[in-house]
Ligand binder design. Structure first.
Ligand code: FES
Length: 65
């Protein structure tokens, strides 16, 4: 199963369920979305979800607060 992800401004790519995170999916698609630690500590990867639903693999991550 794959999910279609569209980024405001035109970029779009798919993320397969087995890729397990949005960040990994963007990297596999050759996109460089902002990120630093990749483990939930810094908050550099935060974004506004405009439409749709997603689950967080670590809802209490300090970088998300
Ligand atoms: S890259 Fe640091 S919290 Fe996401």
């Amino acid at each position: 199963m794959k999910f279609q992800i569209s980024i405001e401004g035109g970029a779009a790519f798919t993320v397969a369920v087995e890729e397990d995170t949005l960040q990994r999916g963007t990297l596999r698609a050759g996109m460089a979305l902002p990120h630093e630690c990749s483990v939930g500590g810094c908050g550099a990867c935060r974004f506004d979800l405009v439409e749709g639903l997603m689950d967080s693999v670590w809802p209490e991550a300090p970088g998300l607060s």
